[in-house]
Design a protein around this ligand. Structure first.
Ligand SMILES: Nc1ncnc2c1ncn2[C@@H]1O[C@H](COP(=O)(O)OP(=O)(O)O)[C@@H](O)[C@H]1O
Ligand SMILES: [Mg+2]
Length: 231
C-alpha cells in the first residue's frame, strides 16, 4: 500500500496556546482513518493544520511523498489535501450545481460527483440552503471531490444530522475512498458507526494520541478506547 498522507510529530495551537502535540498519522490510498475523541481533544485543530490553515509548531506532513510547507493552504490543496470543514461552508443561495461549478471547471467532474451521490443529481437546480442536512453534507464532500483529492479530510461528518442519516452517509464515504482512491481522515462523533466504516482509528485526548489501532479490533474491544474518554 502507498501512503498518501504521512504526518509525523505534528504540533499546533492558537496564539500562545499549544493544543495538539506528537500527532503521527499514516493513511494509505483508499483507506479511511477515523480520527476520534471527545470535544476539545484537538481533532479540528489537527485537520486545520494538515490543510495548512494553521501553522505547524513542529512536525512534518507529506502528501504522496511530497512534503508540505507549514501554513500554506493553497499549496496543500494543489498537492491534493482537501478539507471538508465542520460548518460545510456552502454558498446557500447558489444551487447544488453552482456550488460544484465554483469548486472546479470540469463538467465531467460534476457528473462524477453526481454518479457518486445520485441523491444530489436530482437536486442539482435546488439552492444549497434548501437541501436536507444529509444532502448538504454530500454537497460539501462533492465540492471537495471537484479538487481531485489525494487526501480528503472530513470534519464532523454528523454535525447537525440524525444518526440514521449518518448511517446512510458512511457507506458513501467508503465508496468515495474505494472509487477515487483518496485517503480519508474522518472525524465523527458516533464512535461505533465510525469504527464500523473505517479501516483504522486514532483517538485523541487533550491533544495527544491515546489509542491507535485497527478499527475492527477497536470495535471488538471497547475497553481499549475508553481511556480516550474517561482516562
Ligand atoms: N480559535 C481558537 N483559539 C484558541 N483556542 C482554540 C481555538 N479553537 C479551538 N481552540 C481550543 O483548542 C482545543 C482543541 O479544539 P478543537 O481542535 O476544536 O477540538 P475538537 O475538534 O476535537 O473538538 C480546545 O481546548 C479549544 O478550546
Ligand atoms: Mg472539532
Amino acid at each position: 500500500m502507498t501512503a498518501a498522507l504521512v504526518c509525523e510529530g505534528l504540533a499546533a495551537g492558537y496564539a500562545g496556546a499549544p493544543v495538539v502535540r506528537g500527532i503521527d498519522l499514516t493513511v494509505a490510498e483508499g483507506e479511511i482513518l477515523a480520527l476520534l475523541g471527545p470535544n476539545g481533544a484537538g481533532k479540528t485543530t489537527t485537520l486545520l493544520t494538515l490543510a495548512g490553515l494553521l501553522d505547524r509548531r513542529a512536525g512534518a506532513v507529506s502528501v504522496g511523498g511530497v512534503p508540505l510547507k507549514s501554513g500554506r493552504p493553497r499549496q496543500a490543496v494543489r498537492r491534493g489535501m482537501v478539507l471538508v470543514p465542520d460548518d460545510r461552508a456552502l454558498f446557500t443561495t447558489l444551487t447544488t450545481r453552482e456550488n460544484l461549478r465554483l469548486a472546479g471547471r470540469s463538467k465531467i467532474k460534476i457528473d462524477e460527483v453526481f454518479d457518486l451521490f445520485p441523491a444530489l443529481a436530482g437536486r442539482s437546480s435546488v439552492a444549497a440552503g434548501v437541501l436536507s442536512g444529509g444532502e448538504q453534507q454530500m454537497l460539501a464532500i462533492g465540492r471537495a471531490l471537484m479538487q481531485d483529492p489525494t487526501v480528503l479530510l472530513i470534519d464532523e461528518l454528523s454535525m447537525g444530522l440524525a444518526p440514521v442519516i449518518v448511517e446512510a452517509l458512511l457507506p458513501l464515504i467508503r465508496r468515495v475512498a474505494d472509487e477515487t482512491r483518496a485517503a480519508v481522515v474522518l472525524v465523527e462523533q458516533h464512535v461505533h458507526l465510525a469504527l464500523e466504516t473505517a479501516d483504522r482509528a486514532v483517538f485523541l485526548a487533550h491533544g495527544e494520541e491515546v489509542v491507535n489501532g485497527d478499527a475492527a479490533d477497536l470495535l471488538a474491544h471497547p475497553d481499549k478506547t475508553q481511556a480516550a474518554y474517561f482516562g
